[in-house]
Design a protein around this ligand. Structure first.
Ligand code: RUQ
Ligand code: CUA
Length: 764
């Protein structure tokens, strides 16, 4: 009772004090604060638009590329509070990503030529779509440096799959999804021979180097990409850049930009003009227009060539079948963004002051009429720009990317050189507002702004430089995401958020209520495969199995112990430890590591994870839980004992603690007193409509689960007491109290929740 009473009294005390403090010191007014902090009315307005009070949640969730970190960054809008980093192409220790066997298996899928690649250059995340709307089920992201694509399941925000592009050496224009996530688009960037590890000199660039666009088939039921049903278009060695899938009337088609259609190969060290001159010399590059629906049929009909085990529709076939066309687009284009109604493709040329609005209808009419101005050197029909353009609108210097508003015809385009966002009307072809940002904006993003149903409200400018925005932290500055309010006619800059993990290229944001992540796994799940884990163990099933030099531990974790608490092996043994988290309570994650063996796992409720290592050093290695999970978290520990060859025990009993009868009796009294508190909490909970609160139901279940573990322990301590074994008697009684504390902790949490959320008395 003692320890417990102190705890609850101190809580009460703290609450009382807090209240008193608020009344006594709240003299500072809003005006005072404005003056003291030198804030303007405008600042206050901006602050009130981004501030999310404690306990409240954001309206939108952003998935930002983590750039060179190889991860995904998740943050809320409008608060700009970071919620998570998702380990994708790079190990992430907290999540055990790359330090436990199950996640290592995912990273291993990303090996290239038999080698680990433990970093990635992530550029473009994409949320899965249903009928062109974000559905919040999956997230895809690419790695530009090592041509790979990852699948993240938004039920648990974990990376489930990495696929390596079998024919490219780099890729940039991914990930973009078709309107029902049938395919995930990934375009090559720097042309190279499609065959793997094949050398051709640069003199054979035009003949042997190729670009391409890959369509990865996504199996939504499995939640995985199916490489066998995926395919690519072979394309000329123009640097294919960003892509977008058609929607509505243009569904079935996709559009990919390119730069360096000059096919220039540089060589400044040999006295040749550099890439930058040679790759931007012509007035136009090409928009690639592809019919992916028909391409998929051709692949089914066996018309693809298999290169490195992957289906490739060769240019010759695509031309003959009428599924590939080119349209000139002004100088070094970057973004191509299909309008929400699917009627137009908006293209920005980095070296042009205009955006070009292409009409899908006009392009189709030209194709139907066979009206082409020429063929490119590879025989691909070229549609004249004037036959494809709806209009061009002058916006400013360095237009890059375009996103859409919830209001019809309104678009936002980033102006890299001007460091501005241009708001304009693509139906009327006029600029309606401009806002300066800091500095050199790359991508921009509106809420669900590349879907058929943009939500408007906010825009984020993803700036390339931060320069003087933040407190200096050395020559490498953080990145700067700026939040802009777009709900009114005039845009308003609200907030600068430093992002210190890599250069995030693109981001996507979804209404928070569309995300439905789980809080626990079905007990014994391998979260990386979504299947039952063969190493699963329930309470009472824990065991250590030794076969030759293979030691396999089937362990469990629950507040506040790891079972087993000792693992004995011989030096040189291969050790496999499977751990199941038996908790059901939300947020009761345990971590696990063994000293100096470079393993770590994050084991969320219900999950089973495996760590594996060779016990190649004799000695004593503590293992412990790495998450502060409970009051006795520090005691959540154990020893890995690695015995030397031929070791013989000389001492066979453990040291005894010296406990007295009086101590035993005190412990028993503590147990009885604590039960009184538990009973009173239970009486409160069952007197209200707690069953209407799923979170509370889970806590109550868990509390009784803990209490259930005391079964049989009373008999145990009493039996030891009868034998006057005060150590065992006292410690088993103490163990009852440990379970009671956890029960009471959950019970009090439930009680507070009910009181704060307006639980009502129920009739008995
Ligand atoms: S990028 S700033 Cu999408 Cu990789 Cu444009
Ligand atoms: Cu489990 Cu700390």
């Amino acid at each position: 009772m003692k320890k417990f009473a102190v705890r609850s009294t101190s809580l009460l005390l703290a609450a009382g004090l807090g209240l008193a403090a608020a009344t006594a010191w709240s003299a500072e007014s809003l005006q005072d604060v404005m003056k003291r902090r030198n804030l303007s009315q405008q600042d206050l307005l901006a602050a009130s638009k981004t501030y999310v009070p404690t306990g409240k949640r954001d309206e939108f969730v952003t998935f930002s590329s983590g750039g060179q970190s190889g991860q995904v960054i998740v943050y809320g809008i409008p608060s700009m509070r970071i919620l998570k980093y998702i380990g994708v192409f790079t190990p992430e220790p907290w999540q055990g990503y790359g330090f436990d066997e199950n996640s290592k298996a995912v990273l291993k899928q990303g090996r290239i030529d038999g080698k680990d690649i433990t970093w990635g250059d992530t550029h473009h995340p994409a949320i899965s779509e249903t009928n062109g709307k974000y559905d919040g089920q999956f997230l895809f992201i690419n790695d530009k440096a090592n041509p790979r694509l990852a699948v993240i399941d938004l039920r648990d925000f974990e990376t489930k799959q990495i696929v390596v592009n079998p024919i490219y050496k780099s890729e940039h224009g991914g990930a973009f999804v078709t309107p029902n996530s049938e395919y995930v688009i990934e375009a090559a960037q720097y042309a190279a021979p499609l065959e793997n590890k094949k050398f051709y000199p640069l003199e054979e660039f035009n003949e042997k180097y190729r670009g391409g666009v890959t369509y990865w088939k996504f199996d939504r039921k499995e939640g995985r990409i199916n490489p066998k049903e995926s395919f690519s278009f072979e394309l000329p060695p123009y640097s294919q850049d960003l892509s977008d899938a058609g929607k509505g009337p243009s569904d079935g088609w996709a559009f990919t930009n390119s730069f360096c259609s000059e096919r220039y190969v540089g060589g400044i060290e040999k006295g040749r003009p550099p890439y930058e001159a040679g790759c931007s010399a012509k007035d136009t590059d090409y928009l690639h227009v592809m019919n992916w629906k028909k391409a998929a049929e051709l692949v089914k009909a066996g018309k693809a060539k298999v290169i490195n085990g992957h289906n490739v529709i060769m240019m010759e076939t695509a031309i003959k079948e009428g599924i590939l066309f080119l349209v000139p687009e002004p100088k070094s284009p970057h973004g191509v963004d299909v309008t929400p109604d699917g009627k137009y493709m908006i293209v920005s040329g980095k070296l042009d002051t205009h955006v070009s609005v292409y009409s899908f209808e006009k392009i189709m009419a030209a194709i139907k009429a066979g009206k082409f101005e020429s063929k490119d050197p590879y025989g691909i029909p070229v549609i004249a720009m004037k036959d494809a353009l709806d209009k061009q609108v002058q916006l400013g210097l360095g237009p890059l990317h375009t996103q859409y508003d919830s209001k019809p015809c309104l678009a936002y385009t980033s102006l890299y050189v001007d460091s501005q966002v241009a708001k304009w009307n693509y139906c009327e072809g006029k600029v309606v507002d401009k806002l300066s940002v800091h500095y050199n904006i790359g991508h921009l993003m509106t809420m669900e702004g590349d879907s058929v149903d943009p939500k408007g409200r906010y825009l984020v400018a993803l700036n390339k430089l931060a320069i003087d925005r933040f407190v200096p932290v050395g020559p490498l500055h953080p990145q700067n995401h700026q939040l802009i309010d777009i709900s009114n006619d005039k845009m308003q800059l609200l907030y600068d958020m430093p992002l210190p993990l890599g250069e995030p290229h693109y981001a996507v944001a979804i209404s928070a209520d569309k995300l439905k992540p789980g809080v626990r796994y079905k007990v014994g799940t391998d979260s990386r495969t979504d299947k039952p884990h063969p190493g699963k163990a329930l309470a009472g099933e824990e065991r250590t199995v030794k076969k030759g030099n293979q030691v396999t531990v089937y362990g469990t974790l629950i507040r506040s112990h790891i079972t087993p608490e000792t693992i004995e092996v011989d030096v040189g043994d291969e050790v496999t430890i499977h751990l199941t988290n038996l908790e059901r309570a939300q947020d009761e994650t345990h971590g696990f590591t063994v000293s100096t063996y470079n393993v770590h796992a994050s084991i969320e409720p219900g999950k089973t994870v495996t760590v594996k290592f060779k016990a190649d050093k004799e000695g004593v290695y503590p293992y412990y839980c790495t998450e502060f999970c409970s009051a006795l978290h520090l005691e959540m520990q154990g020893y890995l004992l690695v015995k030397p060859k031929g070791w013989k025990a000389t001492k066979t009993t453990l040291a005894k603690g010296s406990y007295t009868e009086a101590e035993y009796k005190a412990t028993v009294k503590k147990v009885v007193d604590t039960q009184v508190i538990i009973d009173s909490v239970v009486a409160y909970i069952t007197s209200v409509n707690y069953k209407d609160f799923p979170d509370v139901v889970a806590m109550v279940e868990d509390a009784f689960d803990q209490l259930g573990k005391t079964k049989g322990l009373k008999e145990k301590h009493e039996a030891f007491a009868a034998k006057k074994d005060w150590e065992n008697a006292n410690l088993w009684a103490e163990q009852i109290w440990q379970y009671q504390v956890k029960t009471a902790d959950l019970g009090l949490r439930a009680k507070t929740y009910l009181e704060q959320n307006g639980a009502k008395k129920v009739a008995k």
